[in-house]
Ligand binder design. Structure first.
Ligand code: PLP
Length: 384
């Protein structure tokens, strides 16, 4: 059986990889080199200079592409560098439509940097497809989707948006950081580009900052490889190795993140001191049906607002948690808690942030893979 036909869990371990040609090393060696000896000018074994390509990075790029069921992968020095690479496909005057509930760093890159270069960003909840279509004009080139969204766990119907991008000849890019290819594969739903902050679930151990893109179309891949090589925001060999090692347990980690996530979400939902819990697995979640159709599970990301919606209460809770560590980021084996208004989404102006629902009392959990009884006991003592 060729590796292309392997099922997902086997692909997490073997996808896009083979033992190293030199000595048969089962794990791709860390090719910690900037350059490669050439017997004659231009005569090389596929690697000339590590900004262009590096064998450890290639192994990671192939593995991520294999998991997303895509043909071409690119690994970057961070998720933001990967998003930056996509934005460099655009030209001054072009317009982008983005999900309105967006990771704060993406918002900062779009509004703080690319707007300066003449690119216009419009925002849509992407729940009503007619409303989304109303933003399209002759200048629109790209639709940027985040689903589930960070931090409100809204769900965008990727297939429905892809019908719009196809009809209007636009590119569709999906930030698949929260779901991972274990739960959702946007290319299979009609997306042109999948993006990852591999820092999170893909690498899974909170020890690297890495980004990735996966595409199926050769011309688009060539344009992105050109940008990657020209701008140089590449993933180094050591981080490529660590991310690859993390990916080998993605499926077992994700399974536990989903199990723990469901138990924690239900615990919070039934807690008298909590008002709203955001988690796409609830039947009452407004886009639950879409989530069920396009995802194979609901993940371990949960946001909630304590009863009364007071900022002071939220701060007390995050400070009292012991196993949930108060820290930026998500998707590692350990449970983390964040306060989006002052942390991950602090770069969005308050008025704009609150309009989207990212209120000062919102708390975000990245539920890890510890014993769930310990996680719930930790929440219980903090909520007292
Ligand atoms: N996209 C999402 C959904 C994120 O949560 C993040 C980081 O938190 C990023 C992109 C940016 O990735 P990185 O921090 O690896 O640059």
């Amino acid at each position: 059986m060729g590796k292309k036909e392997l099922k997902f869990n086997s692909k997490a371990i073997h996808g896009g990889q083979q033992p190293d040609a030199a000595y048969g090393a089962v794990m791709p060696p860390i090719y910690q080199t900037s350059t490669y000896a050439q017997p004659t000018p231009g005569g090389h074994k596929g690697y000339e200079y590590s900004r262009g390509a590096n064998p450890t990075r290639t192994a990671l790029e192939n593995a991520v592409a294999s998991l997303e069921n895509g043909k071409f992968g690119m690994a970057f020095g961070s998720g933001m560098a990967a998003i930056d690479g996509v934005m460099k496909l655009l030209e001054p005057g072009d317009e982008v439509i983005c999900t309105s509930d967006l990771y704060g760093g993406s918002y900062r890159l779009f509004k703080g940097i690319y707007e300066k270069f003449g690119i216009k960003f419009r925002f849509s909840e992407m729940v009503d497809m007619d409303e989304l279509s109303s933003h399209i004009n002759a200048k629109t080139k790209l639709i940027w989707v985040e689903t589930p969204t960070n931090p409100l766990m809204n769900i965008v119907d990727i297939k429905a948006v892809s019908e719009i991008t196809e009809a209007n000849k636009l590119l569709l890019a999906v930030d698949n950081t929260f779901a991972t290819p274990y739960l959702q594969r946007p290319l299979e739903l009609g997306a042109d580009i999948v993006m990852h902050s591999a820092t999170k679930y893909l690498a899974g151990h909170s020890d690297v900052v890495v980004g990735a893109l996966v595409v199926n179309e050769k011309t688009l891949a060539d344009r992105l490889y050109f940008i990657q090589k020209s701008s140089g925001a590449i993933c180094g060999p050591m981080d490529s190795f660590l991310t690859l090692r993390g990916i080998k347990t993605l499926h077992v980690r994700m399974q536990r993140h989903c199990e723990n996530g469901e138990l924690v979400a239900n615990y919070l939902e039934n807690h008298p001191k909590i008002d709203t819990v955001y988690w796409p697995g609830f039947e009452h979640h407004p886009q639950h049906k879409v989530a069920k159709a396009q995802m194979s599970g609901f993940g371990g990301m949960i946001s909630f607002v304590p009863k009364g919606g007071k900022y002071e209460d939220a701060i007390q809770i995050v400070e009292k948690l012991r196993i949930f560590t108060l820290a930026e980021s998500l998707g590692g084996v350990e449970s983390l808690v964040g306060h989006p208004a002052s942390m991950s989404h602090g770069s969005i102006p308050k008025e704009e942030r609150e309009k989207k629902g990212v209120v000062d009392a919102l708390i975000r959990l990245s539920v890890g893979i510890e014993d769930v009884e310990d996680l719930i006991a930790d929440l219980e003592q903090a909520l007292k």
